[in-house]
Design a protein around this ligand. Structure first.
Ligand SMILES: *[C@@H]1O[C@H](CO)[C@@H](O)[C@H](O)[C@H]1NC(C)=O
Length: 170
C-alpha cells in the first residue's frame, strides 16, 4: 500500500515538473476557403459529377485543406493549414460534425497542431466547436474555437472564415 502511494507521489511530482504551469493562448486566424473552382480547398468525398457541394445533405462528407492566414487578406502571412474532414450529421442538414487539425507552419508553432472536433451549427453566424487536444507546443490543449464567415464571394466560391481559438495548455 505504502509503495503504491509513493509510486503515485513520484509520478505526480514527475508530471508536474515535466509539464509546468498551465498557460492560456488566444489567437485570431483566418481560413481561406474555396468550395469550388480551380483552387478548391474543399471537396465533397461523396460528390456529384457537377462538382456542386451538398452541404445540407445528411451524410455528405467533405475533405478540406484551407490555408490559414494571419490576416483577413488571402495574401497575408500563412501560418497554418486547416486539414481534415466534416460530415453533415443532422438529418435536417443544420449541423456538420467537424474533425479538423490546425497544422502550424509558422516559426512560432511549426510542427505543432490543434485538434478541433465537434458539432457545428453550420448556418449560424457564429459556430463554436471544441478544441479537444493538440501536439507539440499545444500538448494537452483544451478549449474552444469560434468560426464566423466574414466574407463570401458567390461566383468564386470563396469565403474568409475568422477563427478565434482559446486554449489552455502547458
Ligand atoms: C474574434 O476575435 C476578433 C478579434 O479580437 C473579434 O473582433 C471578434 O468579435 C471575435 N469573434 C467572436 C465570434 O468572438
Amino acid at each position: 500500500m505504502l509503495s503504491l502511494v509513493l509510486l503515485y507521489l513520484t509520478i505526480f511530482a514527475y508530471s508536474e515538473a515535466q509539464q509546468g504551469q498551465i498557460k492560456e493562448t488566444k489567437m485570431t486566424v483566418y481560413f481561406q476557403d474555396f468550395s469550388g473552382g480551380p483552387k478548391a480547398t474543399v471537396i465533397e468525398i461523396t460528390g456529384q459529377p457537377d462538382g456542386l457541394l451538398s452541404f445540407t445533405k445528411f451524410g455528405a462528407m467533405f475533405c478540406t485543406d484551407d490555408p490559414v492566414t494571419e490576416g483577413f487578406d488571402e495574401n497575408s502571412a500563412q501560418i497554418a493549414r486547416a486539414q481534415g474532414l466534416y460530415v453533415t450529421s443532422a438529418l435536417d442538414g443544420s449541423n456538420t460534425h467537424v474533425l479538423i487539425s490546425i497544422v502550424f507552419t509558422n516559426d512560432e508553432y511549426k510542427g505543432s497542431t490543434l485538434e478541433i472536433q465537434g458539432s457545428s451549427a453550420q448556418f449560424e453566424r457564429v459556430r463554436e466547436v471544441a478544441v479537444v487536444s493538440g501536439t507539440g507546443k499545444f500538448r494537452f490543449a483544451r478549449g474552444y474555437a469560434t468560426f464566423e464567415t466574414i466574407y463570401y464571394d458567390h461566383t468564386l466560391h470563396y469565403a474568409v472564415i475568422q477563427c478565434n481559438v482559446t486554449v489552455l495548455h502547458y
